[in-house]
Design a protein around this ligand. Structure first.
Ligand code: NDP
Length: 460
């Protein structure tokens, strides 16, 4: 039977939509299947609505800070249903924009779950039809994973539900110490909830630079977030006025909502991967090479379902590179080095490159530059908060190999620093760059005093 499409994409999220659009631009006949909403996690229940909630949460501090600048602000009140309704309207607008972008690109969109029957056949469960495809792209993303099967798990929500709660919880307990846990802790804290964060390890944001972890934790605690470490949630019980949450040290908390942000898993169940012969990697994601090709030559996979670096811009780049490679005759491997990232906690974290620990593991000599200062806006506001910045430099050639920051606009600042890191800028290049005054980012080019030097030779 002849192929009906050149490319069948499973999943209309960030990676799938980009791949479909670019492949179609190269003249491919493209069909995309999406079982939920066009836009995927990032647009529908991830980055975008999260950032809107982050903006909402920061107003409480702004209202307080305004007093130091001479403003008299009447006691502000906050209405959660208004925020959620406005957020929903914006997400619906974006979903429509994504759909029309696909339509303009002449990509056929089908609202259905799709299952791979063999390397060239996909079944659409909504209608039972099958579609023959030359190439299949799996871009199904991931979904929240609750971890251990504890008693009362049915009372626990994930980030999916957090976006649509009917009311703002007065008290919320969040389990996890990663991106989602610290971001939602900041959101709920800023909106006025009493927040307890429970994390199983020594400190939040494992894998990030240790100074960043310590600094963010102390800033979160200053804002009134209770952080409980080395504990896990053992059970959740419905009680008269909320939920009683038991921890591994037998302490318990009564709260209105319990949210687990204990990681996400690739969405691979029921996709027909085994039947098609698509192999998985040890990470649980679909195994792919640098061109996102799976163990089956005409099946590719991009984004969180491959569990490489689970970030939207990475999925988009992977989808684009796949389309260039397979349909544009431009073989484009993906460069996953020095991907900058931001955590939209309060305050924000921005990171690119190696942490100090990673640099010590890889390099012979590591120079560290650090600064801690009170952001200017906090002075008149009288707010007790500090910004932290750190440069990690390869001592053998002066190259900047890492930049880490906690403070307002860290996400915006780190994007630009990432260009310098990618271009292999040296600390001397930073020193040569004139400061923009008065800004926070100027500290990045005015750090003269080395905080420490580590040399493998001396350490061994
Ligand atoms: P993360 O992997 O970032 O964090 C998961 C957290 O849950 C870790 O602290 C982990 O602990 C803990 N954990 C895992 N399993 C258990 C368990 N069984 N019991 C108790 N704790 C557990 O996942 P998130 O869910 O926060 O986010 C998923 C991914 O989404 C992120 O990794 C990121 O790639 C992406 N994301 C990116 C954002 C951004 O760019 N701003 C925002 C939100 C998400 P431990 O550290 O000990 O393993």
């Amino acid at each position: 039977m002849p192929e009906q499409v050149d490319l069948f994409v499973i999943g209309a999220g960030s990676g799938g939509v980009r791949a479909a659009r670019i492949a179609s631009g190269y003249g491919a006949r493209v069909m995309v299947a999406e079982e939920y909403r066009v836009g995927g996690t990032c647009v529908i229940r991830g980055c975008v609505p999260k950032k809107l909630l982050v903006y909402a949460s920061r107003f409480s501090k702004d209202f307080e800070d305004a007093a130091g600048y001479g403003w008299t602000v009447p006691e502000p009140t906050f209405d959660w249903p208004t925020l959620i309704a406005n957020k929903d309207r914006e997400i619906a607008r974006l979903e429509a924009a994504y759909t029309s972008t696909l339509e303009r690109a002449k990509v056929a969109v089908v609202k259905s779950r799709a299952v791979i029957e063999d390397p060239h056949t996909v079944r659409l469960l909504a209608t039972g039809e099958t579609v023959r495809a030359k190439t299949i792209l799996i871009a199904t993303g991931g979904s929240p994973h609750a971890g251990a099967q504890i008693a009362g798990l049915e009372h626990v929500i994930s980030s999916n539900e957090a976006f649509d709660l009917k009311e703002l919880p007065k008290r919320i307990l969040i389990q996890g110490g990663g991106y989602i846990a610290v971001e939602f802790a900041g959101i709920f804290n800023g909106l006025g909830s009493e927040v307890t964060l429970v994390y199983r390890g020594d400190n939040i944001l494992r894998g990030f630079d240790d100074d960043i972890r310590a600094h963010l934790r102390s800033e979160m605690e200053k804002r009134g977030i209770k952080i409980v470490t080395r504990q896990t949630v053992t059970d959740v019980e419905k009680v008269d006025h909320g939920l009683c949450v038991g921890l591994s040290d037998h302490e318990s908390f009564t709260v209105d909502k319990v949210m687990f942000a204990t990681g996400r898993r690739p969405l691979i169940a029921g996709l027909g991967l085994e039947a098609a012969g698509v192999r998985l990697a040890d990470t649980g994601g679909i195994a792919v090479d640098a061109f996102s090709q799976t163990s089956v030559p005409n099946i590719y996979a991009v984004g969180d379902v491959t569990n490489r670096i689970n970030l939207t811009p990475v999925a988009i780049r992977e989808g684009h590179a796949f389309a260039d490679s397979v349909f544009g005759n431009k073989p484009t491997p993906i460069d996953h080095a020095d991907v900058a990232t931001a955590v939209f906690s309060e305050p924000e974290v921005g990171v690119v490159g190696l942490s100090e620990t990673e640099a010590r593991a890889r390099l012979a000599r590591v120079d560290i530059y650090k600064t801690v200062f009170r952001p200017m806006k906090a002075t008149l506001a009288g707010r007790d908060t500090r910004t932290f910045m750190k440069l990690v430099v390869d001592g053998s050639n002066d190259r900047l190999v890492g930049c880490h920051m906690v403070g307002p606009d860290a996400g915006e600042i780190i994007q630009i620093v990432a260009i310098a890191v990618k271009m292999k800028a040296t600390k001397a290049d930073f020193d040569l760059t004139m400061a923009v005054h008065p800004t926070a980012a100027e500290e990045l080019v005015t750090m003269r005093e080395r905080a420490s030097t580590w040399a493998r030779e001396a350490a061994e």
